[in-house]
Design a binder for this molecule. Sequence first.
Ligand SMILES: *[C@@H]1O[C@H](CO)[C@@H](O)[C@H](O)[C@H]1NC(C)=O
Ligand SMILES: *[C@@H]1O[C@H](CO)[C@@H](O)[C@H](O)[C@H]1NC(C)=O
Ligand SMILES: *[C@@H]1O[C@H](CO)[C@@H](O)[C@H](O)[C@H]1NC(C)=O
Ligand SMILES: *[C@@H]1O[C@H](CO)[C@@H](O)[C@H](O)[C@H]1NC(C)=O
Ligand SMILES: *[C@@H]1O[C@H](CO)[C@@H](O)[C@H](O)[C@H]1NC(C)=O
Ligand SMILES: *[C@@H]1O[C@H](CO)[C@@H](O)[C@H](O)[C@H]1NC(C)=O
Length: 385
Amino acid sequence: MYPLLVLGYLSLAHAAIVPGRAFDRFITIWLENQDFAKVIADPDFVDLKRYGILHTRFYAATHPSQPNYVAAVGGDYFGLNHDEVVRIPSNVSTLVDLLDTRDISWAGYFEGNPGPGYMASGSVNISKGTAEGNWDYVRKHNHFVSYDSINMNGTRLARLLSFEDFKRDLAAGTVPQFVAMSPDMLNDGHNTTLDYATKWAREFLLPLLSDSAFAERTVIQLTYDEADDYKKPNQIVSLLLGNGVPKNKEGSEDDTFYSHYSTLSTLQNNWELPNLGRFDVGANVYKLVADVTGYRNKDPKDVANVNNSISYKGFLNNQSTMHVPLSAPNIKLIGAGGLPILDAIRYMWQSHSSEKTPYDGTGNGQLFDGDKHYPIYYPQGGDDA
Ligand SMILES: *[C@@H]1O[C@H](CO)[C@@H](O)[C@H](O)[C@H]1NC(C)=O
Ligand SMILES: *[C@@H]1O[C@H](CO)[C@@H](O)[C@H](O)[C@H]1NC(C)=O
Ligand SMILES: *[C@@H]1O[C@H](CO)[C@@H](O)[C@H](O)[C@H]1NC(C)=O
Ligand SMILES: *[C@@H]1O[C@H](CO)[C@@H](O)[C@H](O)[C@H]1NC(C)=O
Ligand SMILES: *[C@@H]1O[C@H](CO)[C@@H](O)[C@H](O)[C@H]1NC(C)=O
Ligand SMILES: *[C@@H]1O[C@H](CO)[C@@H](O)[C@H](O)[C@H]1NC(C)=O
């Protein structure tokens, strides 16, 4: 038994890299609450932009912060309209389940996270002193921890790490193939300013952009959770960087319509993964990848309506008039990976296949809001748009 165990640990530390069609590693780094127009005028951002591809039509899902983080790994924000601690039942699957089908390694690195398994709403780093000490790790900026399918599984919980762990993994060459990172409440700009956060981002990112920073083709996304101005369409900056960006694309712009669901769709397309049967299906794939795979992006039909300032109805909405039961996924959709829904989701939800769902596979989901454009529930079926 003993030699087998040792082998197990070795293979974890040196997990084989699963090559993607356009990149082999994706790192998404989230800053807080800034409008597109203001960020693109910031000098540190202007400097970073020279190295990457700027998405000029990227929209967040809603306000406030937390639902956007939740949406990015689960394919919906389930009506969530606040930042308090929530739990999402274990019969809701996430990106982690999709990556598992191909043994693609992943981690979340959250600055100031006291340790894997930390569940509280926030933490104070006493060694920083009282002035800054209240604004470190917050649960609402952790993409994964609200999902019971992650927080009740020790193996998965052990992947929710800190920036100290990132430093160590970078030095050891063991940064996983999918990574989500949130700096603390100062460095992400939440409790500071636009330029405080972009200055942090530039200093953090420059060393990671050299050709030799990662042994495999690595795309690093710098993005924001949501815009600052609730009165305008929720447009944010997303910039793709790293040695996975072809040299001739550096300093370019991509005007395809994207949302946080586009990351899910892009990962599925890149690694030929199954789908979640939610708003991940039909979301546009980053052109960087679509150009390689031949995936056809399209503008959502109601693109003129984009606003996304108020959360729609859902089981996590805390207003009684906006509370509805958890929607069944649409188990009949084919996603950007060219595959049907994850088997485990189909087994779980098969008996609900006659329930209507808001997930129609056209990518229009990203344009729903709680103001004038509620999600429309249809019988389950394929995308016939
Ligand atoms: C707490 O702050 C100190 C000083 O800034 C820093 O060195 C340390 O890494 C921080 N701890 C965590 C868990 O972030
Ligand atoms: C716990 O997570 C591991 C690693 O992701 C996975 O292989 C396993 O199936 C999960 N267990 C359950 C009960 O979901
Ligand atoms: C930090 O942000 C909170 C609101 O999120 C606010 O109450 C507090 O005054 C802010 N502190 C500083 C020092 O900006
Ligand atoms: C977006 O929705 C918010 C909230 O209802 C509203 O205040 C704002 O006027 C809307 N903006 C646009 C451009 O429609
Ligand atoms: C929903 O949660 C927010 C944040 O905690 C709170 O301000 C608001 O009052 C809550 N609304 C209801 C109807 O409970
Ligand atoms: C999913 O879990 C929730 C909460 O436990 C439960 O109410 C719901 O019936 C479950 N749905 C399915 C299909 O298992």
